[in-house]
Ligand binder design. Structure first.
Ligand code: KG4
Ligand code: ZN
Length: 342
């Protein structure tokens, strides 16, 4: 029997709705919020206000593009967390309203599991390869950097995580120091293409196990800039491409070192990447190159599935629906991953 899921994502600064029939994507609508750019970061109050404005037209468009009405939806999958509480609240409340109005069950989704399960979404015009279980997923976003061992769609274990900043945060904070616009990740990606990745050396962490740390790199980047700018006020402008290339190179090497170790120790050679930072062209190329060398099967998401989207939420919702894991109307959003896992 076909199962139709409406996905709703509102955890940060993108309002998104998608319709999925089994694994097949019928629509995926994303409204990005330009309002944060001038502040150099996401302002939570402005984000939740923009979600409120966007959510009805975004869900409407997703249903229309899928060619269905709300009453044909079998379940509403929504992001319960982690994310910004006010933003999540808009999506959760909307899901409840729709659930009551059309008598449709609700399924809550962990945003990070959604990112990982985006690898199982099929597109109408082409078949994308799916990883086989168990696989390892390097999950790198603005808020999280993890190595996750995935044993089945709903059985995942975080075997490594950052003890301070996330990889995306390292990109964004270092970009800010250089006076680049927010979000810094895509800008650094673009500038890095013109630069020499060996031009500067920044410190790399020595952390046990598969865990990450990016705060030392950020500090070392900051000190390099501070000393250099003191000697030459135009230093950043003159060296922007080399700084971006060297920073990006360091972040990629930090991410890959632990991933390689995790693959060696577990013997798992199906390797996927997910999350906003998986849009990074240097990371994508390096994973593929590393995979060729090591006999990995690598799974690199389509660009539209790297940053926040509701297709991945609907996908995770589909698997939970199959397990009969429904949420009650009392469900509330949860900001922190640790609280979501309790
Ligand atoms: O997954 P995501 O859309 O939101 C969170 O759940 O956090 O990730 C956003 C992060 C930001 O830090 C952004 O700078 C980063 O993904 N990002 C990139 C690129 N595109 C987005 N980082 C590096 N290179 C990119 N091309
Ligand atoms: Zn995300």
């Amino acid at each position: 029997m076909d199962i139709t899921i409406l996905g709703i994502e509102s955890s940060c600064d993108d309002t998104s709705a998608a319709v999925l029939r089994n694994n097949m994507l019928l629509s995926n609508v994303i409204a990005s919020q330009a309002v944060h750019v001038k502040y150099g970061g996401v302002i939570p109050e402005l984000a939740s206000r923009a979600h409120q404005q966007n959510i009805i037209p975004v869900v409407d468009t997703a249903l229309r593009e899928a060619g269905i009405s709300a009453s044909e939806v079998d379940a509403i999958a929504f992001t319960r967390g982690p994310g910004l509480l006010g933003s999540l609240l808009v999506g959760v409340s909307f899901a409840k309203g729709l659930s009551i109005a059309h008598n449709i069950p609700m399924v809550e989704v962990n945003h990070l599991q959604g990112h990982i399960l985006s690898h199982f979404v099929d597109l109408p015009d082409r078949q994308l390869p799916h990883p086989t279980f168990p696989f390892l997923c390097l999950l790198v976003s603005g808020g999280h950097s993890q190595i996750v061992r995935v044993d089945s769609p709903l059985e995942m274990q975080i075997i490594g995580t950052t003890i301070d900043d996330a990889a995306g945060e390292a990109f964004d904070k270092c970009a800010k120091v250089m006076g680049l616009p927010y979000p810094g990740g895509p800008v650094i990606d673009r500038l890095a293409k013109e630069g020499n990745p060996e031009a500067f050396r920044f410190s790399r962490p020595h952390i046990d196990g598969y865990n990450y740390s990016f705060s030392g790199l950020k500090t070392s980047f900051l000190y390099t800039l501070r000393d250099a700018v003191a000697a030459d006020p135009d230093f950043i402008e003159k060296n922007k491409a080399d700084l971006c290339a060297s920073l990006q190179h360091t972040i990629i090497r930090i991410l890959l070192d632990k991933l390689i170790r995790a693959s060696k120790d577990t013997g798992i050679r199906d390797i996927a990447i997910a999350g906003g930072v998986s849009a990074n062209s240097g990371l994508r190329d390096s994973i593929v190159a590393e995979g060729k060398k090591r006999g990995w099967r690598t799974f690199i998401p389509e660009f539209k599935f790297t940053t926040d989207n509701a297709a991945m939420i609907a996908m995770a919702g589909y698997y939970r629906y199959q397990q009969g894991e429904f949420s009650s109307l009392e469900v509330s959003p949860v900001a922190r991953l640790e609280d979501l896992q309790k």
